[in-house]
Write a protein that binds this ligand. Structure first.
Ligand SMILES: NC(=O)c1ccc[n+]([C@@H]2O[C@H](COP(=O)([O-])OP(=O)(O)OC[C@H]3O[C@@H](n4cnc5c(N)ncnc54)[C@H](O)[C@@H]3O)[C@@H](O)[C@H]2O)c1
Length: 322
């Protein structure tokens, strides 16, 4: 039996593939635009199938033909792309998820972990976000993700598909090219590690909860492995570095590793209006901790920055750096 990762050569998917292959699992990666650099080292151990979540026969076929036992459904259009093309976002994120759930039901897949997002909480949410905070997103991306969380719960209740989801805050790591409001966290580390000056597009006191990409992969795996009877909440907040740290605090940590780093601030008014409406101090993941023992491997910025720089140096090709 094999595990399927949709979006399997993406930022988180490729890291999850590495983790599963290291544990001896048989892995199939389904992706519309396979990135072979990202899966460097696992490319001969994981089967890559190019396919599109929007095309139901391609989704059904990959599941029927590969003896799929479980699915990590990570394939998605991310937030900025979804705002630019909400119609495509609906097709990929909502319809694509329906295709995955339906194929899982019809071909007897046991379990499915879905990657959701902190973007399911709406603008106007500040302070502490818990699993009980009202989810009322305003973005196309957030609307799609919250619908899929609920759709997954429907399949869990009605068709005995063991659906679970993890809601990531902003995922940071080397080689992120997909734009996102909180990606300044990743780019501040990457650009300065490459010896370039970095002009940050938020104010020094802006905070955003983040999770390191290795933790995002580890967390999906840990959620998948949790015994069924432990799963009560079903859709879980998961945090990495908590509480959220400011851009200035990140700068100070970066300078411990790169003393000559040149970092300046030129806040973008649009991005700042977003952060004024979604100022999160704590992305509370206590349910994931209580129910299935979630605990990040990289809970503080120092460890994240140190590992990030080391990864860039050791695996530059993998991340398309340099
Ligand atoms: N990166 C973040 O900050 C973040 C935050 C919260 C949630 N998430 C969620 O985590 C998951 C993984 O995100 P990521 O950071 O690895 O993003 P990514 O963009 O690096 O990876 C997504 C992958 O999905 C693939 N994909 C896109 N459209 C597809 C389609 N129609 N058919 C098949 N494959 C398709 C892409 O080619 C890509 O490889 C996503 O579901 C995302 O919504 C990410």
């Amino acid at each position: 039996m094999a595990q399927l990762i949709t979006g399997g050569t993406g930022f988180v998917g490729a890291e999850l593939a590495r983790l599963l292959v290291e544990r001896g699992e048989s892995v199939v990666l389904f992706d519309s635009a396979p990135n072979y650099n990202r899966i460097e080292g696992t490319e001969n151990k994981a089967k890559v199938i190019q396919g599109d979540l929007r095309v139901w026969p391609e989704v059904f076929n990959v599941i029927k033909q590969n003896n799929i036992e479980g699915i990590y459904h990570l394939g998605s259009m991310l937030s900025v792309a979804s705002e630019i093309n909400p119609w495509a976002s609906f097709q990929v994120n909502v319809l694509g998820t329906m295709h995955v759930l339906e194929a899982a039901r019809l071909f007897g897949v046991k379990e499915l972990v879905f990657a959701s997002s902190a973007a399911t909480y709406g603008l106007g949410t500040t302070g502490v976000i818990t699993d009980d905070t009202l989810q009322r997103p305003t973005s196309m991306y957030g609307c799609g993700k919250v619908y899929c969380e609920l759709l997954g719960q429907f399949y869990r209740r009605n068709f005995d598909l063991d659906f679970r989801s993890v809601r990531y805050p902003s995922v940071i790591g080397p080689g992120v090219r997909t734009p996102g409001v909180a990606q300044y966290n990743a780019w501040m580390i990457e650009e300065t590690a490459l010896g370039k000056p970095y002009e940050c597009y938020v104010t020094e006191d802006t905070k955003a909860p983040v999770i390191y990409f290795k933790d995002a992969a580890h967390c999906a795996y840990k959620c998948y492995k949790a015994p069924k009877e432990r799963i009560k909440t079903v859709n879980y907040n998961v945090s990495g570095v908590t509480p959220a740290r400011t851009a200035k605090e990140l700068e100070q940590v970066v300078k411990r590793f790169i003393p000559k780093a040149k970092i300046s601030y030129k806040p973008d008014p649009n991005t700042m209006s977003f952060f004024r409406n979604l100022a999160v101090d704590v992305f509370d993941d206590s349910k994931a901790r209580e129910e299935w023992g979630w605990e990040p491997l990289y809970p503080n910025l120092e460890e994240v920055v140190k590992d990030f720089i080391q990864e860039m140096r050791q695996n530059a090709k993998r991340y398309g750096i340099g």
